[in-house]
Design a protein around this ligand. Structure first.
Ligand code: FMN
Length: 360
């Protein structure tokens, strides 16, 4: 449906700063796993083209990328583990920058949302030794999640260091910052969620304890590349990937401590009318990015209202960006949008990846 053009003074079209990140507009690209990196996790020519096409986002947040081999859950996800991975990201960063964009790499350690065929045979690690219920996509079709082992207390600093190392690689590659994926049931969420985290050490039990590992990862990453280049993504209460959470106060506990660290931004997955948005806003003085989190489709006018009403400073948009490389132009002009094709979301080649048409 064609819409009216946006006013030039629309809040969506105004620049916004998040720490050291300077975004030309407030329509950011949400992280989207596309399973098209090389088998060793290196972004390739197609990845370079895909991100270059989407450089018009205020900030391009990359696909979830593993900070370690055991942190990989799915085939052909990108990584920030090896020199080759770093070189691949350098090409992506160069392409995004050449078109005036800002690039953030999302660091996604999947924890127990994994299969040993993707971890190189290693037993997945988590806050718990209890396997997630359900199945995961592998190169040989859907398989039950592999049983994880619970990380030992004295292993945790090493895992935090993996995030820091991956962030250093991102920066060496010219990527502008990183986003810690603490949402959607992956490793950091497995620590936060009281229905999953069954630890009896200082990292389980109270909200303070469940937030502890995430804070330590954020601190290690901030020490490595500067807090002003580190964002974090959270999804309070999101049951995706076998998460159960009865105590979402952990997010206020967490974000209060992240505010002390001075991270660049918090990226919150929640519908705009969810009371959690105001609760997080109240404890987070910095830049807040909002994504609907699958609850409702991301629509331009809702996004504009969320920023105009001060619920958030920017919005992150997933599937509309996937299908519309020039989404900011289309939203600005009120043009029709391409429809995303779910059959080509995960894996494959150029089809459904780099061949969505632009207006011009
Ligand atoms: C194909 C696909 C891949 C996704 N991959 C990731 C990911 O790697 N990391 C992440 O945090 N969220 C991921 N998400 C969630 C999106 O970032 C976003 O929260 C979700 O699509 C809802 O926003 P939308 O309605 O604007 O698409 C993915 C979603 C889709 C559709």
């Amino acid at each position: 449906m064609t819409q009216k053009p946006l006013n030039p003074d629309s809040p969506l079209l105004q620049p916004v700063t998040a720490g050291a990140l300077h975004a030309a507009n407030r329509v950011w690209m949400a992280p989207l796993t596309r399973n098209r990196a090389d088998a060793d996790g290196t972004p390739n020519d197609l990845s370079v083209e895909y991100y270059r096409q989407r450089a018009g986002a205020g900030v391009v947040i990359s696909e979830g990328s593993q900070p370690s081999a055991v942190g990989q859950g799915y085939p052909n996800t990108a990584g920030l583990v090896t020199d080759a991975n770093e070189a691949g990201w350098a090409r992506v960063a160069e392409a995004v920058h050449a078109d005036g964009g800002v690039l953030v790499a999302q660091l996604m350690h999947v924890g127990r949302i994994a299969h040993t065929s993707a971890t190189g045979g290693a037993t997945p690690v988590s806050s718990t030794a209890v396997a997630a219920q359900g199945e995961i996509f592998t190169t040989s079709g859907q398989q039950p999640f592999s049983a994880p082992r619970a990380l030992e207390t004295d292993e945790l600093p090493g895992v935090a260091a993996e995030y820091a190392d991956a962030a250093r690689r991102a920066r060496r590659a010219g990527v502008d910052g990183v986003e810690l994926h603490a949402a959607n049931g992956y490793l950091l969420h497995q620590f936060l969620a009281d229905g999953v985290n069954d630890r009896t050490d200082a990292y389980g039990g109270s909200a303070e304890n469940r937030a502890r590992f995430v804070v330590e990862v954020a601190r290690a990453t901030a020490d490595a590349i500067g807090a002003d280049r580190v964002g974090i993504r959270i999804s309070p209460g999101n049951p995706f990937n076998d998460i159960t959470e009865s105590d979402v106060s952990v997010y206020e506990t967490l974000v209060t401590q992240l505010a002390d660290l001075g991270l660049a931004y918090v990226h919150l997955l929640a519908p705009a009318d969810d009371p959690v948005v105001g609760k997080i806003r109240a404890v987070w003085p910095g830049t807040l990015v909002l994504n609907t989190g699958f609850g409702v489709d991301s629509e331009r006018d809702d996004a504009e209202r969320a920023v105009a009403d001060g619920l958030a400073d920017a919005v992150a948009v997933g599937r509309p960006f996937l299908a519309n490389p020039d989404l900011v132009v289309r939203w600005t002009e009120g043009a029709d949008l391409n429809e995303p094709d779910p059959d080509t979301f995960y894996g494959g080649g150029a089809e459904g990846y780099t061949d969505y048409p632009t207006l011009r």
